[in-house]
Write a protein that binds this ligand. Sequence first.
Ligand SMILES: *[C@@H]1O[C@H](CO)[C@@H](O)[C@H](O)[C@H]1NC(C)=O
Ligand SMILES: *[C@@H]1O[C@H](CO)[C@@H](O)[C@H](O)[C@H]1NC(C)=O
Ligand SMILES: *[C@@H]1O[C@H](CO)[C@@H](O)[C@H](O)[C@H]1NC(C)=O
Ligand SMILES: *[C@@H]1O[C@H](CO)[C@@H](O)[C@H](O)[C@H]1NC(C)=O
Ligand SMILES: *[C@@H]1O[C@H](CO)[C@@H](O)[C@H](O)[C@H]1NC(C)=O
Ligand SMILES: *[C@@H]1O[C@H](CO)[C@@H](O)[C@H](O)[C@H]1NC(C)=O
Ligand SMILES: *[C@@H]1O[C@H](CO)[C@@H](O)[C@H](O)[C@H]1NC(C)=O
Ligand SMILES: *[C@@H]1O[C@H](CO)[C@@H](O)[C@H](O)[C@H]1NC(C)=O
Ligand SMILES: *[C@@H]1O[C@H](CO)[C@@H](O)[C@H](O)[C@H]1NC(C)=O
Ligand SMILES: *[C@@H]1O[C@H](CO)[C@@H](O)[C@H](O)[C@H]1NC(C)=O
Ligand SMILES: *[C@@H]1O[C@H](CO)[C@@H](O)[C@H](O)[C@H]1NC(C)=O
Ligand SMILES: *[C@@H]1O[C@H](CO)[C@@H](O)[C@H](O)[C@H]1NC(C)=O
Length: 588
Amino acid sequence: MTAAVLALVLLSTTTAATATTTTTTIPPVQCTTAFTDVSAADFVARLNPGWNLGNTLEASPDEGSWNNAKVTPPVFETVRKSGFNGVRIPVTYADHYVGGSPDWAINATWLQRVSDVVDMATAQGFYVVTNMHHDSWKWADVTQSDANLTMIHEKFYASWLQIARTLACKPSTVALEPINEPPATTPEHGEQINILNQLFLKALADAGGHNARRVVTLVGGGEDGQKTAEWFKRPTANTTNPWAIQYHYYSPYNFIFSAWGKSIWGSADEEAALVADLSAVRGNFSDVPLLMGEFSASQVNCEASARWRYTDLLVKTARELNTSIMLWDNGLDNLDRPAGKWRDPTSLALILQSTTMPPPKNSLPLGTTNDSATTQSSSAYIFQRVGEPTTAQALPFLFNGNAVTSIVTSDSKLLSPTADYAVNSSHILFSASFLGGYLAPNGTAGRKANLTVNFSQGVSIPIEIVQWDTPVLASTTSVATAASAASDLAIPITYKGLPKLAAVRMANNTGGYLIDTWTQWLGPLQQGRVTYSNQYNFDDTHVILTASALGEVVTSLEPAVVTFEFYPRVPGNAVNYTLTVESKSIFV
Ligand SMILES: *[C@@H]1O[C@H](CO)[C@@H](O)[C@H](O)[C@H]1NC(C)=O
Ligand SMILES: *[C@@H]1O[C@H](CO)[C@@H](O)[C@H](O)[C@H]1NC(C)=O
Ligand SMILES: *[C@@H]1O[C@H](CO)[C@@H](O)[C@H](O)[C@H]1NC(C)=O
Ligand SMILES: *[C@@H]1O[C@H](CO)[C@@H](O)[C@H](O)[C@H]1NC(C)=O
Ligand SMILES: *[C@@H]1O[C@H](CO)[C@@H](O)[C@H](O)[C@H]1NC(C)=O
Ligand SMILES: *[C@@H]1O[C@H](CO)[C@@H](O)[C@H](O)[C@H]1NC(C)=O
Ligand SMILES: *[C@@H]1O[C@H](CO)[C@@H](O)[C@H](O)[C@H]1NC(C)=O
Ligand SMILES: *[C@@H]1O[C@H](CO)[C@@H](O)[C@H](O)[C@H]1NC(C)=O
Ligand SMILES: *[C@@H]1O[C@H](CO)[C@@H](O)[C@H](O)[C@H]1NC(C)=O
Ligand SMILES: *[C@@H]1O[C@H](CO)[C@@H](O)[C@H](O)[C@H]1NC(C)=O
Ligand SMILES: *[C@@H]1O[C@H](CO)[C@@H](O)[C@H](O)[C@H]1NC(C)=O
Ligand SMILES: *[C@@H]1O[C@H](CO)[C@@H](O)[C@H](O)[C@H]1NC(C)=O
């Protein structure tokens, strides 16, 4: 859609509005507070690194509806003290409308809450970005075949007029982002997102206060770097706002979201792809401040050594490309908000290097990176199976020119560099006598100890000593029915090592593929594997098959064998669960 149509839309909004309560003729907000102008480049540089208050104000239908309590100042205090300089506050407005067309009144209590939370963040000295979040698919999805673009434009402008009026007098440390990851699959959709950017800027100009001088982070289709590069149109010359571009990065999808058994990352090709992706965004916008407003390789589902190498390269590449980063955190991934503790201090330490120049060279644990491999190793762990002899173990590391300065246990015992371990140019070799203090053939399964390896520069790396055995399910079969497939199936499990799933395979009765048949073309660790969160999940005491996975089995009318696979991904570290269906038994 063209700018001419946009003008018509705004005209019709105004015309319609004159008949009822007008939005556009409300006098602009006047502020009594001063405003210190800041360029978009300075704003984006100063918020680095940033953190997302995820699954909180954008939860649906309300703050507190998902896994996080309503936010309180100590959360911001913890994040600030941890070393972050920016906070993104995603907000969903969809469930808070109290009026319809043409004014689309938002509940004043909700607007006040958003204002209060923004104040909590600025009070800690944060640079803040707030947005309109899940509205992108709840009512502002321009890709829907029945999308009423007139409504979307009208509601989007009316909403931003209200949000901008609410935040009009906030200081220049508060920036605005029009909309989170707006769906777009064609250039026409991309053009619609450009229209949304313009409507947003118009609303800011009309709202008054400091809004016309406030930094904005504009977006392209999906907030995807490539779509933004292809379709984003720079705002018109009359825009007074200092502007940056925000994009999100969750690539490769299969590694970040544990899809189709992809639990490894870090081949030369994969590293090159990450650098190329970020470079292409910078290449298209060489003169524009860039913010990667979301990224995250989660400690919940991404293997440790792969996750740290990924995070290291992402942080380093973004820094080299003058791109600021904000970590996505849904409350389960990174900061344990009630405890005020980071679940993965190593990733945190890597992310905090985003402002360090020159970049420190980190030493990183290596792991399997070959997608054709049949097993997966990781130098983040020393694994020994129950019943196997305790031998010396050599862990490959990418030392990056650094020396190992010390290795300490979690109870602060310093390891001997002669008796306990040795280091050569590519490995740390732990002696059998040292490991014998934790591991024994007749030992019990469990997480035995954590070591911290310190290097001459860069982050410290933990290594966990784990004795493992095949986990035990409380039951190994059940009947999948249409009724049972209405909800998730949580199967109690006794883990015998790391309490997490690495992958899940779903096969039909004859060992064939149940879903995602195309995965037959993938490597041995990925064939027939399904996707985390879509088909499976887990917690400390259960492995979980989702309703959607059960539904697939019920629909197939065939019994299915589900193989739950654990770390290390080696033969023997998997258990089967059989789902029979009502119409046919596995034994017919
Ligand atoms: C606005 O939100 C508050 C808090 O959720 C609620 O109590 C109130 O009923 C809402 N107002 C309207 C008009 O829906
Ligand atoms: C589309 O949205 C406009 C503005 O809200 C409304 O007047 C119109 O009735 C809607 N059209 C349809 C087909 O719903
Ligand atoms: C800038 O001008 C264009 C074209 O006249 C108009 O559509 C747009 O709303 C204006 N933007 C602002 C922020 O005033
Ligand atoms: C711009 O982005 C496109 C799409 O990602 C990419 O192919 C192209 O190489 C980029 N241009 C530059 C100069 O980096
Ligand atoms: C980073 O980019 C900003 C513009 O976004 C520019 O002002 C600044 O000079 C750049 N810094 C470096 C080190 O390239
Ligand atoms: C990956 O493993 C396959 C199968 O073992 C082998 O043929 C291939 O050369 C390996 N690729 C690399 C890059 O090591
Ligand atoms: C370093 O030690 C590992 C494990 O013992 C060994 O496989 C490797 O060949 C050694 N490398 C050198 C250069 O000695
Ligand atoms: C394991 O074997 C060692 C040596 O044979 C023995 O000293 C120890 O008591 C055994 N431990 C258990 C738990 O059986
Ligand atoms: C080692 O650290 C992990 C967290 O990474 C923790 O869950 C585990 O309990 C620790 N193990 C020991 C023996 O302290
Ligand atoms: C090793 O590094 C950790 C984390 O950086 C630090 O707390 C500890 O003091 C270091 N230990 C030694 C012996 O240098
Ligand atoms: C699990 O089932 C698969 C067939 O889907 C079979 O190949 C494998 O041997 C079984 N594993 C165990 C531990 O029973
Ligand atoms: C099992 O899946 C294979 C394809 O992977 C298919 O050829 C076969 O017909 C299926 N068997 C049954 C009983 O559905």
